[in-house]
Design a protein around this ligand. Structure first.
Ligand SMILES: [Zn+2]
Length: 179
């Protein structure tokens, strides 16, 4: 069984975007490309998980979101799996914080949840990962400072940047190797 690093999108890879239909508004944090490559080199599969919105009033949320996903793919030679809910308020089964996107990827790629990690930028990410059985959850506070105490209780670390989240995962791997 393989191991994965799951990650949310806003607050993890880029700041929360106001006009999600506008591709130009997505600005990746500077430390993202090198750290995605580092994770791939550490033997992790990369799984990007996110909610998009329905296309309404001529605005293509899905178009912008998919272009951003492709942008992430081009940042790194590491292979990447993307799972997205596009159903926005239709009572779908897969919208975060529901765990379906996680559970489907875990089943399809046979990831070992005990060996996998989640990097969460918002509580919906964390709660979905937790329901999917992932215990190694790192909270990033770059974007969202309002993590509730409840959410913090479910994380192994709370850090201030994507680089530091990757540093935490590296430390955990070294500790596990030393046991
Ligand atoms: Zn959905």
């Amino acid at each position: 069984m393989g191991r994965a690093v799951f990650m949310g999108r806003p607050g993890v890879l880029y700041p929360k975007v106001k006009r999600e239909e506008d591709f130009e508004e997505y600005k990746f944090f500077d430390d993202v490309p090198e750290n995605l490559t580092l994770l791939g080199n550490m033997g992790f599969s990369l799984v990007i998980i996110g909610n998009s919105k329905n296309d309404v009033d001529g605005a293509s949320y899905r178009g912008a979101f998919d272009r951003v996903t492709e942008g992430i793919r081009f940042m790194t030679p590491s292979s990447m799996i993307a799972r997205t809910c596009y159903h926005d308020k239709e009572g779908c089964e897969c919208r975060l914080p529901k765990p379906k996107l996680f559970l489907d990827a875990i089943e399809e790629f046979e990831f070992d949840v005990e060996e996998s990690f989640m990097i969460a930028g918002y509580p919906a990410d964390l709660n979905a990962a937790r329901k999917a059985g992932i215990k190694n959850i790192v909270i990033v506070t770059t974007d969202n400072k309002k993590w509730s105490k409840t959410a913090e209780g479910f994380a192994i670390a709370k850090v201030s940047s994507f680089s530091k989240a990757i540093g935490t995962i590296q430390e955990m791997m070294l500790l596990a190797a030393a046991l």
